[in-house]
Design a protein around this ligand. Structure first.
Ligand code: NAG
Ligand code: CU
Length: 312
């Protein structure tokens, strides 16, 4: 009995120390593709270790493969794609936040031989931390075994890198302590829109390591707020998925059917079974949240607490 509990304690300790992960598979059409088939094989594909030096070129795609063996997957603008988590264990074990960026390969350049350099990256998705003024901080990305998100329908057709990063913050209270788990997939966006993605940022360059969301003690004192690293998500919330004006929404007066971004988010949401809305596990409501309040089919916007509703 005693030795068992010691074993469990030791196992927990080991798991805590060695719990790292990678993003080997691109998810397209709900299907997991093969490992490192469309995702560039990262330098940590075997040891699973994070990278921590945000000034290193590794912060871009965490790979030395600038013209590697990955193939390029065709994906429609507006469709949902994602990445699987593989590791020990195979989930986003550490508390942290998540960002997804895209960058279009220059005209005439095959994305498969493009290194992603330049001020070319825009953010399309994030899962931040949830704070409530100092009594708790939670990380909704924790425990995910896969992360899915829509390619904005406004994205112009063309070849892109999609870069996912989980920033683990469990030892982030000293400079260089935050752990970056990064990978890039190669896609060709079809049926694209006419948007102008931005703001554009550069990797390395976007992070110094001193950001309040990267150099942070998440334990004590409990942060009263959290600032998500990186630029805002494109397109600006509200513009991306205007709530479909239901024709059945009867004869009110001529309600101010706002044509654009001014949308007040309510926490209770009828999950319209449409192709638009927030992705599985994404935030879809909560106090102060101004993003899409619907979820992509078949997920439902579920109230987790006052501050956070999630597509489940
Ligand atoms: C895809 O991979 C994820 C992460 O490993 C796993 O949780 C999920 O069950 C897989 N999906 C399918 C359809 O195999
Ligand atoms: Cu780890």
């Amino acid at each position: 009995m005693k030795s068992l509990s010691v074993l469990v304690a030791v196992a927990a300790l080991v798991a805590k120390v060695s719990a790292h992960y990678t993003w080997p598979q691109l998810i397209v059409g709900g299907t997991n593709t093969s490992s490192w088939q469309y995702v560039r094989e990262t330098n940590n594909w075997q040891d699973l270790n994070p990278m921590t030096d945000v000034s290193s070129v590794d912060v871009r795609c965490y790979t030395s493969e600038e013209s590697g063996t990955a193939s390029t997957m065709s994906v429609a603008a507006g469709s949902t794609v994602g990445f699987t988590v593989d590791g020990n264990p195979s989930n986003l074990y550490h508390p942290g936040v998540l960002n997804v960026y895209m960058a279009q390969a220059p005209a005439g350049t095959d994305v498969a031989s493009w290194d992603g350099s330049g001020t070319v990256w825009f953010k399309i998705y994030q899962i931040s931390a949830v704070t409530d003024g100092g009594t708790s901080i939670t990380f909704p990305a924790t425990g995910l075994t896969q992360v899915t998100f829509p390619i904005p329908s406004e994205t112009p057709s063309g070849q892109y890198l999609i870069r996912i990063e989980h920033i683990a913050l469990h030892v982030a209270s000293s400079f260089g302590g935050a752990q970056f788990y990064i990978a890039c997939a190669q896609v060709e966006v079809t049926n694209g829109g006419t948007g102008t993605p931005g703001p554009l940022v550069e990797f390395p360059g976007e992070y110094t390591g001193n950001e309040p969301g990267i150099l942070i003690d998440i334990y004590y004192p409990i942060p009263t707020s959290y600032t998500q690293p990186g630029p805002p998500v494109w397109p600006a919330s509200g513009a991306s998925s205007p709530p479909p004006v239901s024709t059945t929404s009867n004869a009110h007066t001529t309600a101010p059917t706002t044509s654009t971004a001014t949308k007040v988010t309510s926490t209770s949401t009828a999950s319209a079974p449409s192709g638009t809305g927030a992705a599985q596990y994404a935030q879809c409501g909560g106090q102060g949240f101004a993003g899409p309040s619907t979820c992509v089919s078949p997920y439902t916007c579920t109230v987790v607490n006052q501050y956070y509703s999630q597509c489940l």
